[in-house]
Design a protein around this ligand. Structure first.
Ligand SMILES: [Mn+2]
Length: 313
């Protein structure tokens, strides 16, 4: 019997690092009774996460498919809980534990261990458990955990940021020997912005979620330090890729949010009239040339998706 610890599909840094940190915790502390737990990933790493693993010279967790999970194995989900965010084909009956900071959307047939905390990253939660058990991550893992917090909270600027994230982030910076956290944040932002290897369709699908609002709504968010150049050079081709994706996914509304994490500003790419109507109702202002500036809203979870949901209600 094996226990796999896995984050969501199209993993971000927090998803991968939270799985690794959880495996470390379970291996070091036998009271969890999951000593052979193994961190794995559902899809290849994005450029930001790849950069961080190279920087800290740590081994990337192996990628698995549902076929590799045997009926007697157990699965721990980190950084997600919703069905559509899970590894495709995963049998929900094999999920034994979930550690997450997203809205719970669960319909499971058996009792399981649930650890949900409304903090800025799942890595914040794992570090909290480590502290409770007196287990400290070694320097490299601490550096990755700090990166996961900074990435998920957009350098502590997102409204999802809590005092726990700042406090634990500072402790992890100490453990990792990172003195200039701001410079480190900028390094992460630059790596996050590297879309040179992505096609337009991959950008539109880079970090999307589908929300079951009154209308089925696809929202992708691209966090970048190059908002201007993306809008100047890529808008038309992205709109084409958005149309294709909308048809392929069978959604009623599709938005791509281009968030400049240094300027703290989001511009929505608006595909058609229906999206324009909903976005104007949700955020005010007027759509111009397929774009709507929605100001300082950074968080899809806390600001962008709820406003769209409300406009559709
Ligand atoms: Mn997360």
């Amino acid at each position: 019997m094996k226990t796999y610890i896995i984050g969501h599909t199209k993993p971000d840094t927090d998803s991968v690092v939270a799985a690794m940190a959880t495996a470390h915790l379970f291996q070091k502390d036998e009271t969890f009774l999951r000593p052979n737990a193994l961190a794995v990933i559902a899809d290849p790493l994005n450029p930001e996460t790849k950069f961080l693993f190279e920087k800290f010279e740590l081994e990337i967790p192996p990628q698995i498919t549902a076929d590799q999970i045997k009926p007697e194995d157990q699965v721990v989900l980190v950084d997600h809980n919703e069905n559509y965010q899970r590894l495709g084909g995963l049998n929900p009956e094999q999920i034994v534990e979930i550690i997450d900071h997203h809205k719970p959307q669960l319909n499971l047939g058996q009792p399981i261990f649930l650890n949900f905390k409304v903090w800025g990253s799942t890595s914040t939660i794992i570090y909290y458990f480590m502290k409770q058990q007196g287990i400290m991550p070694e320097a490299k893992l601490a550096g990755l955990m700090l990166a996961a917090i900074l990435s998920d909270t957009v350098g502590y600027k997102s409204p999802t940021t809590t005092d726990k994230d700042r406090k634990f982030g500072a402790e992890l910076a100490n453990l990792a020997g990172i003195k200039d956290v701001e410079a480190f944040t900028l390094e992460i932002f630059k790596a996050k912005s590297d879309i040179s290897s992505l096609t337009d369709e991959q950008i539109v699908r880079n970090d999307f979620k589908i929300f079951e609002f009154n209308k089925k709504t696809f929202i992708d968010q691209l966090e970048t330090v190059e908002q201007d150049s993306i809008l100047n050079n890529k808008k038309d081709s992205l709109l084409k890729a958005m149309q294709k994706t909308k048809e392929a996914e069978g959604v009623e509304l599709l938005f791509v949010a281009i968030t400049d994490i240094l300027k703290v500003n989001t511009i929505l790419l608006i595909l058609g009239e229906e999206e324009a109507r909903v976005a104007e109702k949700a955020f005010g202002g007027q759509v111009k040339d397929h774009t709507l500036d929605i100001g300082s809203k950074l968080s899809r979870k806390k600001e962008i998706a709820p406003a769209i949901e409300k406009a559709l209600a």
